[in-house]
Design a binder for this molecule. Sequence first.
Ligand code: DMJ
Length: 454
Amino acid sequence: MLVLFACAAAWAGCASKTGTLPDEGGKNADDTPVTREQVREEFRHAWNGYKQYAWGHDELKPLSKGYKDWYQEPLLMTPVDALDTMIIMGLTAEAREDKELIVSSLSFDQDMEVLHFELCIRLLGGLLSAYELDGDQRLLDLAVDLADRMIPVFDSPTGMPYRMVNLKTGKASGAVSGPAQVGTYILEYGTLSRLTGNPVYYDRAKRALTALYERRSQIGLVGSAIDVNRGWWLVGDSSVGGGIDSYYEYLLKGSLLFNDPDLMAMWEGSISAINAHLADDSAAGLWYGHAGMNSGRRTAATFGALDAFFPAALALGGDLGRAARLEDSCYRMWTLAGIEPEMMDYRKMKVVFGPYPLRPEIIESAYYLYHYTGDDKYRRMGYVFFNSTVKYCRTEAGYAALADVRAKAKSDAMPSYFLAETLKYYYLLFAEPGEFNFDNVIFNTEAHPLFKNR
Ligand code: DMJ
């Protein structure tokens, strides 16, 4: 833990400079400064709502003041997802109480079918990261138990995982999958290999990533649905958005976390195809749209909240120019309706799908860009994002997703990633210089930091 908080090197180059927010659509946005203490208080507000109304369950329902469990038995989605955020924010009492709940009541010995992707990024990632920050062996034991129950998903003819697994029997199912659900495992399973000395976890995850990469089209793109038994593409629509996103993210992050040149070569092969065929660069700014994986022809000029992780990926991959231009576009997306829609048409500058489920990606990208450039503009974007989230999503019991950003109508959900990712990235964006060492870690796609070189 000490290493993480002590080193100031991550902040080199972050001397304050000033930049301007993009003008378009941002004129009335509230960029009143926000402090990390305010973020910490809002985290406590959300956590207290969970504690009061959903304790021991997966997620808070912030409007009806109840709870939601994903499956027949709770798997503590919110407590596990939130634990490392508490540690990073210095919320010691909350972290102690949360950890006690987890180690005393979380059991994966359950006869139920679960989504491998979601349990991997939220629970396996959360347990591993909390273990690395806190050192409690019981967290690692839970992580090993979970991974050993899930690993049969990789036993397909192609090595690409099935989508679901029964935690008791190991029976895997769901052969129709997509790139994100095939290729978002190397960070968590690889970290487990490093911590246990057992290479099997890393090997399975890498084999899956490689099998998917080998099935890219001649122009280097992947589609959005694939049969993992036969290795055939079922849907050829290509983008960097939902369903595909974290496959690309894990090629890059896996190569950096494990110094793996094969993964780096796959990232380099992928990013050149993405920039050649998905980037849409015009007077209206830089966007990344949809195209056919074989033809490269534009199929839709849409971009959404999930695509907004891509400036962070570009920045981490060294392309600060495109990263900055794309984050400017993302800012326009946010300010179109005063808070971020799930999907917009960037040629018409129109919202096409209106929910805001408290997503983190745009804030993650502002944090990465602030880290790499030191440009104060990214903190001011963060102020706009944070102030509108408080204004439109805060409720008496916590935070609520929006059903539609145009009407600002709320919906009865507070996803666990709001505490794992959204509030963590706000906190880190507004943190003190030297408080957190970005360069020591790689964040998994759920914002759980995993250590490099340990
Ligand atoms: C998170 O669970 C992860 O970031 C995932 O990769 C995509 N969606 C959500 C947050 O929007």
